[in-house]
Design a protein around this ligand. Structure first.
Ligand code: UT7
Length: 371
């Protein structure tokens, strides 16, 4: 029988700097009362100058690896879901691979906006289920504060920075992701997008002056779309897992707006007490919101082995999706892992590889790439 993809490790990383609604009142024409009543958000985290999407992703991954008790050398695949990658290329996932010292891993980025973590979980699960790989790490990481127009009150009050990661490992018992749905409707691409800096509008002085490098959103329309698809995708994915809503102990939705979550749960006739909401403290961290909320649910004892949990999200693209998982936790057994050793090793290895490449170029000659 094909193996299942157990979720055996989890970790989160959020910047220390907190930006409150009261501070935003000093920046744009808004009020704490408006933001809380329309979104549920009270504060969000913002990266410092020396933090990036890759640094948050790496930190979250190290924590997840410690919980799973595996060394980076055992990872076969790294997927970083992000809409705020470190560069257009190389992939942020490759930067994370290098920093972790995941010497055997393939690595790529995935862009499905706020739904990306669900897409990534599903892709990594399928790779494990076919027997192609045994261990993957899926990361949702964002530094959207770097792309927000801090004079636009429609968007700047919503987003925050952070990262969350899951380790997936092949296991025999029926656990991990049991079903998933992934959907897209590109006709709504202009409802939530960042136009500049891609091949359509490469960066020029004009694109900068026109503000094309900032997030644009038609909030009301995204709201309507979200409330429609959240309940629909949840029902579909639960059916697909051959379960009923009564079998679901917990829903962990994308943390965009408390009102969206409330409408979706009402449509599902599912109690709010069995849903994780932490957007009051982190705002909308896009694709990182589901793994961050999961880490907090576990720490608070709200997600336990044997529970069925639904992850459900929506976002730019438009994209939406859901997944059902049977929670199990780390594999039993005592294993010595050495994250500090691996970090040091990864840094040394990276430096040595760079130096060797230079020596190669010097000895073999720059003009003859085929020797
Ligand atoms: O991960 C996916 C990311 N995107 C989302 O999840 C966005 C989904 N949409 C939403 O969450 C909501 O639509 C918003 C929170 C963005 C807006 O809430 P709303 O209840 O849909 O407000 P609205 O857009 O209908 O605006 C109502 C009023 C407008 O003023 P007028 O035209 O009625 O005079 C806005 O200009 O609120 C005004 N407004 C604000 N007022 C104070 C918009 N933003 C603000 C603000 N502070 N920050």
């Amino acid at each position: 029988m094909s193996p299942f993809a157990h979720i055996t490790g989890w970790g989160m990383a959020v910047p220390e700097k907190v930006l409150t609604n009261f501070e935003l009142e000093q920046m744009v024409e808004t009020t704490d009362e408006w933001i809380v009543s329309r979104t549920g958000i009270r504060e969000r985290r913002i990266v410092s100058d020396d933090q990036t999407t890759a640094s948050l992703a790496t930190e979250a991954s190290r924590r997840a690896l410690e919980i799973a008790k595996i060394n980076p050398g055992e990872i076969d695949l790294i997927i970083v879901s992000t809409s705020s990658p470190e560069y257009l290329f190389p992939a942020t996932a490759s930067l994370v691979q290098d920093r972790l010292g995941a010497v055997r891993a393939g690595a790529f980025d995935l862009l499905a906006a706020c739904t990306g973590f669900i897409y990534g979980l599903n892709i990594a699960t399928q790779a494990i289920r076919t027997g192609s790989i045994r261990t993957a790490i899926v990361i949702g990481a964002e530094t959207l504060s770097r792309f927000v127009d801090w004079t636009d009150r429609d968007t700047c009050v919503l987003f925050g920075d952070g990262a969350g990661a899951f380790v997936l490992q092949a296991g025999e018992e029926r656990a991990g992701l049991l079903s998933a749905v992934m959907r897209s409707d590109g006709s709504g691409g202009d409802l939530l997008y960042l136009p500049g800096g891609g091949s359509r509008y490469p960066t020029t002085i004009d694109t900068v002056n026109e503000g094309l490098h900032n997030i644009k959103m038609k909030g009301r329309e995204v709201f309507r779309f979200a409330t429609r698809v959240m309940a629909q995708a949840t029902k579909e994915v639960v059916n697909k897992a051959q379960l009923s809503m009564d079998d679901i102990q917990l829903i962990i939705p994308h943390q965009a707006n408390k009102r969206i979550i409330e409408v979706a749960l009402k449509k599902l006739d599912f109690p709010m007490e069995r849903c994780i909401v932490n957007l009051d403290r982190y705002g909308n961290t896009s694709t990182a919101s589901i793994p961050i909320a999961t880490c907090e649910a576990i720490n608070d004892g709200r997600l336990k082995p044997g529970d069925h949990v639904v992850f459900v999200g929506f976002g730019g693209g438009l994209t939406w999706g859901a997944a059902v998982a049977r929670w199990s936790g780390p594999f039993p057994g005592i294993k010595v892992v050495r994250p500090a050793f691996y970090s040091l090793y990864a840094r040394l290895r990276s430096i040595i590889n760079r130096v060797l490449r230079r020596i190669d170029a010097f000895i073999l000659g720059r003009d003859n790439p085929y020797t």
